[in-house]
Design a protein around this ligand. Structure first.
Ligand SMILES: Cc1cc2nc3c(=O)[nH]c(=O)nc-3n(C[C@H](O)[C@H](O)[C@H](O)COP(=O)(O)OP(=O)(O)OC[C@H]3O[C@@H](n4cnc5c(N)ncnc54)[C@H](O)[C@@H]3O)c2cc1C
Length: 373
């Protein structure tokens, strides 16, 4: 059985690890010169977004024998709205590193395979289809799926980020929802270490937003973060991504082609997290190739999660700064704080996203109707 994997990232490498465990050695085609050869950034995995799984890393280790070493456990997530600050505390997830770093998740995954990676590859999808029995498309964006008419793009996002030097608590990422500065988007601060972290802004490319000057937004976001965290950060690296696609494929598999990772649609439109689901699609594609499972069946819950996350995005977009202040303020309420901390904990499997989707959908419908009137 000849299997080609296009892309040596989260989903492609997870697929290769799983295939090897079942006796298949795939050929991996990577367009870059090394695994993860791009800017370094910090990312996070929050268990509440991956339900019904409790602890994401424990789950992939115990079930699929894929072992990843995070940077740290997240013990506190601080949420800032325009005028309020709230915290979710407990064992709520992990932070990790990506890109050209020896300990990035893609570097860690690459150390768990023996298969050959063909670097600087410019083999295209039709060529691989012709010469291999199965092709796993794992190129990290929906473009390949879109090119063959198998992708529904719901929105694109502009992302601008920087690595900064400062003082960080590694177990405590921060997020800001301040729509005066980043309309319908957010600012993340995820530490790499006690001395380094990422500040990232991400906002949807809607007509009102694309008229805005990204440099001005970035400067405002940077000043806000500096003020709130009471520091002046030194920028050591910058990156920018335009038109980052958020959408999902129509079919998880067409003939012998598997759509994995962001080619499948694992990036969740709500908060932009996709690493965990990317790993799952890689494993599931391998299961199908090895006749252990059926890809379309295995990926069904991921389609559902995507829809819940899309509802969350619309819900967040439909809020005002004042409404966001109201929610964040409530995180100080002892009873609500207790419930939210428990629901978000790694020790719980409650699917808050799924449970709250009908309410958020009602709200979204109400808002959309009142706008169209
Ligand atoms: C700035 C940023 C921050 C993010 N933060 C988070 C976060 O905090 N938490 C989270 O869970 N998710 C986050 N995500 C999303 C997450 O990184 C992705 O969902 C995940 O990496 C997708 O995995 P993948 O396998 O689809 O793609 P990737 O891991 O990106 O791998 C794709 C690989 O394919 C290669 N490739 C591309 N084209 C070709 C080609 N033609 N031929 C061969 N190889 C090719 C690429 O070079 C790359 O190595 C973030 C994304 C970005 C951009």
């Amino acid at each position: 059985m000849k299997v080609a994997i296009m892309g040596a990232g989260m989903s492609g490498l997870s697929c290769a690890i799983t295939l090897e465990k079942h006796g298949i050695t795939p050929t991996i085609f990577e367009s870059r010169s090394k695994v993860g050869d791009r800017f370094i950034n910090s990312e996070a995995m929050f268990s509440i977004l991956n339900r019904p799984v409790k602890d994401s890393l424990e789950y992939i280790s115990e079930n699929y024998n894929i072992n990843l070493e995070p940077l740290d456990r997240v013990k506190k997530l601080t949420i800032h709205s325009k005028n309020e600050i709230g915290n979710i505390e407990g064992k709520i997830g992990y932070t990790n590193i990506r890109g050209r770093h020896n300990n990035s998740y893609e570097s860690q995954l690459a150390r768990q395979i023996r298969s050959k990676i063909i670097f600087n590859s410019n083999y295209d999808y039709p060529y691989l289809c012709k010469h291999f029995d199965s092709v796993v498309l794992a190129t990290g964006d929906g473009q390949y799926a879109a090119d063959i008419g198998n992708y529904k793009c719901d929105l694109t996002v502009t992302i601008k980020g920087a690595t900064v030097e400062g003082n960080f608590v590694t177990s405590n990422p921060h997020v800001w929802f301040n729509y005066d500065i980043i309309p319908k988007g957010y600012i993340w601060v995820i530490p790499f270490s006690e001395k380094e972290g990422n500040i990232v802004i991400a906002y949807p490319d809607y007509p009102d937003n694309i008229k805005l000057d990204i440099e001005v937004m970035w400067e405002k976001a940077y000043s806000l973060v500096s003020k709130d965290l009471k520091q002046s950060f030194k920028i050591t690296d910058k990156f920018e991504i335009t038109r980052y696609m958020m959408g999902i494929c129509n079919k998880a598999k067409i003939d012998n082609t598997y759509f994995a990772g962001n080619c499948f649609g694992t990036i969740s439109p709500g908060l932009g997290f996709g690493q965990f689901a990317a790993i799952l699609t890689g494993v599931y594609a391998a299961y199908d190739i090895c006749n252990i499972g059926v890809y379309e069946q295995l990926t069904k819950p991921l389609f559902e999660n995507y829809n819940h996350s899309m509802t969350l995005r619309r819900f967040l977009e439909n809020q005002t700064n004042e409404q966001m202040d109201g929610y964040i303020k409530n995180l100080d309420n002892k009873f609500i704080d207790y419930i939210i901390d428990n629901v978000c904990s790694n020790e719980n499997s409650i699917d808050l996203m799924k449970l709250s989707t009908p309410i958020m959908r009602l709200w979204n419908n109400y808002k959309e109707h009142s706008h169209s009137r």
